[in-house]
Design a protein around this ligand. Structure first.
Ligand SMILES: Cc1cc2nc3c(=O)[nH]c(=O)nc-3n(C[C@H](O)[C@H](O)[C@H](O)COP(=O)(O)OP(=O)(O)OC[C@H]3O[C@@H](n4cnc5c(N)ncnc54)[C@H](O)[C@@H]3O)c2cc1C
Length: 585
């Protein structure tokens, strides 16, 4: 088959995964073509919670990319009053300070990252990533639908359909990335192994405009959970009124029984559901759109076949709980893009690419399991309110009202409700799941040390460590003009970095020698008094877990590739051996 188009990497899909991959590859100087079967990007604001790790990827793409995201985002201080109520206008049942807004959690967030968690609807995130990709040199083709592909020893030949002309387009690439979402045809054609089930719950989205300030502005939040009889049917376990833009654009998520046909959500039904959840019988809404979707519990146990890869929802399919979908998709891209660039530029062999699935498939399993578990963990709230089992509205109302009595049973009920709400921090303040991703693969080399003992709860709390495979800890360091930089700013941008301190000159010489032998550029940064950067506050000294004359080799995705506690008599041989293993030589 003769190719109409030739490129290094073909990416199917312009969602968060595909657009991020195209942007990163283009920034790394790799030829990339990204296609989408539709004429434009996301038309509904599905993803919104944007965690610190994702913002670090945007920051790596450029300060202007992070700044543009923050310009459009609802900032953290407006995110945190996670309200449980009978309706927005009705009685509030409880509240949880979430998304890093309680004083304790806020401190942990500030310590963990230079970036702020925020709420950025997908309708803003996708254009930012896509624009960055195109402005950086990526080619794009909309209205172009992936149909099939075949691989051979040297590359992939993909057939797409140009939906404007109806004609087939043949694209020849060295690599293919399937970022084509939860119904991924690429994953299906690759025959990759999946675990779990699709369609375990039915949900509907109702997107509308209405000024609801009077019900919410005094308790700003992204999510208002509505507990009404019947709310635990299907979907994400309860009714949800989600802020899209404060406080006049909203998305309602409401469940339906997956064993019944999906309902047709017309204007009348949408208005009725909105009135019911907002609790205002004559509420007028401006309906923007409505659709149904299914809750999935399914992940790929392997994400690569030969020269083809899957990422994002194509590999992990789960409910929105914890807000992990788009975040993980963008983080998949950060993992794969530098590896593809290293192989395409001739710095690494194909072996490096095997580490993608080894590193990201365990994350897919973890986040799909966490998101589904978070739905089940609404159960104790329903139980504490006496809402579990049955649709006898009067009985449920009596059970809920009983918590206001002056009896020991009511006191126990109030305590149970507080505890059940507090337990939801595993969904709404789950910093460890967001930040503790660690890798074990051929692209990480052990330094012979044992990993740090896990903290009290690795799901809830981030643990900073330079143990190989972990993300490099963030610490503020200072240049000679007083400018403040995160240690993450000194690394990344498509390059390996060697961090060292006073006495680490031999490591820098070793890195320069390795650059010559392997052709791989390595940035060297010395931190200490009168060095490239100063650690005035001592945060870096506390985080680095090595001596001044040791070194930390950091991959382009900020993960620690290897470290040495101190100087070595064979620094050049040590570093070359490590790099050769990582690069698959
Ligand atoms: C209500 C709701 C709330 C959510 N909230 C959050 C949240 O707060 N935080 C979060 O991180 N995630 C959230 N998510 C999940 C998030 O939306 C997804 O995880 C994310 O969109 C996945 O990105 P992706 O790029 O992998 O796939 P998608 O966004 O689905 O993109 C797939 C792309 O592939 C294209 N495509 C598909 N098939 C073809 C084909 N054959 N040929 C060409 N192109 C094709 C599509 O047009 C699209 O461009 C939420 C989801 C929902 C439903």
């Amino acid at each position: 088959m003769t190719a109409d188009i030739t490129t290094d990497v073909l990416v199917i899909g312009t969602g968060p995964a595909g657009s991020a991959t195209a942007a990163l590859l283009a920034r790394y100087g790799v030829e990339v073509l990204v296609v989408n079967r539709y004429r434009w990007l996301a038309n509904t604001p599905r993803a919104h919670i944007t965690n610190q790790r994702t913002m670090e990827v945007l920051r790596d793409l450029g300060p202007e990319v992070e700044a543009e995201a923050m310009l459009h985002a609802t900032h953290q201080e407006l995110m945190g009053n996670n309200v449980f109520c009978e309706s927005l206008a009705g009685e509030e049942l409880g509240r949880m300070q979430s998304w890093g807004t309680s004083p304790e959690s806020k401190a942990r967030h500030l310590r963990a990252s230079p970036c702020e968690m925020n709420d950025l609807p997908q309708t803003f995130m996708e254009p930012i990533l896509f624009k960055t990709a195109c402005a950086s040199g990526a080619q794009s083709r909309m209205s172009t639908e992936y149909l099939s592909h075949v691989q051979d020893a040297d590359g992939v030949t993909t057939t797409c359909r140009d939906r404007l002309t109806g004609k087939d387009v043949v694209i020849r690439s060295k690599y293919l990335v399937g970022a084509d979402g939860g119904n991924s045809l690429v994953a299906e054609h690759l025959g990759l192994p999946f675990e779990g089930k699709m369609g375990v719950g039915g949900s509907m989205n109702i997107l509308f405009r209405a000024d609801l300030s009077r019900y919410v502005a005094h308790r700003p939040s992204v999510l208002y959970w509505v507990m009404q009889p019947g709310a635990d049917v299907g979907g994400i376990g309860m009714g949800l009124v989600r802020m899209v833009r404060p406080w006049n654009e909203w998305l309602i998520v409401w469940g339906y029984d997956i064993n019944q046909p999906a309902p047709t959500v017309d204007a009348a039904m949408a208005t009725q559901v909105a009135r019911q959840l907002v609790g205002v019988p004559d509420l007028e809404i401006e309906l923007i759109s409505a659709n149904t979707w299914t809750v999935n519990n399914c992940f790929a146990t392997h994400m690569q076949k030969g020269r083809a890869f899957i990422m994002g929802d194509a590999a992990h399919r789960h409910p929105p709980s914890n807000g992990l979908g788009s975040n993980t998709s963008i983080q998949d891209a950060f993992n794969l893009a530098w590896k593809l660039a290293a192989v395409i530029k001739g710095h690494a062999t194909l072996k490096l690419l095997d580490s993608y699935s080894a590193e990201r498939a365990p994350i897919a399993r973890q986040i799909v399991t966490r998101a589904n578990q978070s739905i089940a963990e609404f159960g104790p709230i329903f139980e504490a309110l006496g809402m579990d089992g049955g649709v006898d509205h009067e009985k449920i109302q009596r059970n809920m009202a009983a918590r206001c009595d002056a009896t020991p049973a009511a006191e126990a009920q109030r305590a149970a409700l507080r505890k059940a709400i507090e337990f939801k921090k595993y969904e709404f303040d789950c910093h460890g799941v967001e930040m503790n991703q660690r890798y074990a693969s051929s692209a990480v080399v052990s330094d012979g040390q044992t990993p740090p003992a896990p903290n009290a709860d690795m799901e809830l709390y981030y643990q900073a460590t330079t143990y190989p495979g972990a993300r490099l800890p963030h610490a503020w360091v200072y240049d000679r003009h007083g400018g403040r930089h995160s240690t993450l700013d000194l690394t990344g941008h498509g390059q390996f970095t060697l961090l060292t301190g006073i006495g680490g000159e031999a490591w820098i010489a070793a890195a320069e020698a390795a650059t010559k032998t392997l052709g791989l550029p390595i940035r060297c940064v010395k931190i200490g008094p009168r060095c490239d950067y100063e650690d005035h506050v001592g945060d870096w000294a506390q985080a680095r877990e090595i001596g001044d004359a040791g070194c930390i080799l950091v991959r382009p995705d900020h993960h620690v590739a290897w470290r040495a506690a101190g100087p070595s008599a064979s620094s050049e041989a040590d570093l070359t051996r490590v790099l050769k293993q990582i690069l698959g030589h």
